[in-house]
Unconditional design. Structure first.
Length: 307
């Protein structure tokens, strides 16, 4: 509403459309309902669920009224607005479509009591490709962003990367992406170390013909403990190799711009990821070149085990 109402008022003034003359008052009422919902959600009032539902119904009703006015403005504006303002009209239409999605999600979740899948939710109006995922990490169990799959070779170069769609998971893409990584390595990929999030019996069975040696521990805690207790030295070495990619992911975030993508689009996010991988590989190449000239230099040292 903060984006729609001022923009609609500007466009309506161009064609003398009277529906938006009290735009400041409309926005104040929306903000008041929003504030009341937040305050009630944080309180311990008995039967606050019914009160919140009532406030949401009032908010949705007002949003529907504003969206109807937007439709009228769009209809009138297509013929009455000068061509120079048609871009602003398209911008208004885009904000209205996003608002409809948020409005429908709120109605389904609060009024109808449905459990809305994350893939159907909109977490950011400005970065619509953002998803919510459960990391399970202490302090940050839930994060907003996008999942990416990274393949790193023994020397530390990232040889393949893949930005997942919002409805994809690690286990659903690992086989296909490993095939692509093997092709890029010209069939010389001999070992693969994955974490427990990729594990399934079907995935392990499908990966073995692609890469001869696969480390993919079980998700089940008891089975994982049994695997660790009975694993060979080679299996343990392959499992420990996975720590290298965790370090690389951390470096991509800290030193290569992936902590926050500044290009607010799906294409921009893919571009950011590609540039971050390129930057990381240039850093690894620089370290190797320095090591060849001066093995004792601080910039040539790494904690990575020999490939």
């Amino acid at each position: 509403m903060r984006k729609i109402i001022p923009l609609a008022r500007t466009l309506a003034d161009e064609i003398n459309l009277p529906l938006w003359r009290q735009s400041d008052n409309l926005l104040k009422k929306i903000k008041k309902l929003h504030r009341q919902i937040n305050q009630l959600s944080a309180s311990r009032v008995v039967k606050k669920k019914e009160a919140i539902e009532s406030l949401y119904c009032s908010l949705i009703e007002r949003v529907d009224l504003i969206l109807e006015r937007v439709k009228t403005l769009e209809k009138e504006g297509k013929s009455a607005l000068p061509l120079s303002l048609h871009v602003r009209l398209e911008e208004l239409t885009g904000w209205a479509n996003l608002t409809k999605q948020v409005r429908d999600t709120a109605h389904r979740r609060v009024v109808l009591g449905e459990t809305v899948p994350n893939s159907e939710k909109l977490f950011s109006l400005f970065e619509t490709h953002t998803q919510l995922y459960q990391r399970g990490k202490a302090g940050e169990p839930i994060q907003y962003g996008r999942l990416a799959m990274i393949f790193e070779d023994g020397a530390g170069f990232i040889s393949h990367y893949y930005l997942m769609d919002r409805d994809e998971t690690d286990g659903s893409v690992v086989v296909e992406q490993t095939k692509i990584a093997q092709q890029r390595h010209q069939g010389e990929l001999e070992e693969l170390s994955l974490d427990r999030g990729f594990h399934s019996a079907a995935n392990v069975e499908a990966l073995l013909p692609i890469v001869g040696n696969v480390s993919c521990p079980s998700r089940n805690s008891q089975r994982f403990a049994s695997e660790v207790a009975n694993e060979s030295d080679d299996s343990r070495r392959r499992r420990y190799r996975h720590a290298g990619i965790e370090s690389a992911v951390g470096a991509l975030q800290r030193g290569n711009g992936l902590k926050r993508c500044r290009d607010r689009s799906e294409v921009g996010l893919k571009r950011y990821l590609g540039l971050a991988v390129l930057g990381r590989n240039l850093q690894v190449l620089g370290r190797l070149l320095i090591a060849a000239e001066n093995p004792d230099a601080a910039a040539a040292k790494t904690a990575r085990a020999a490939a």
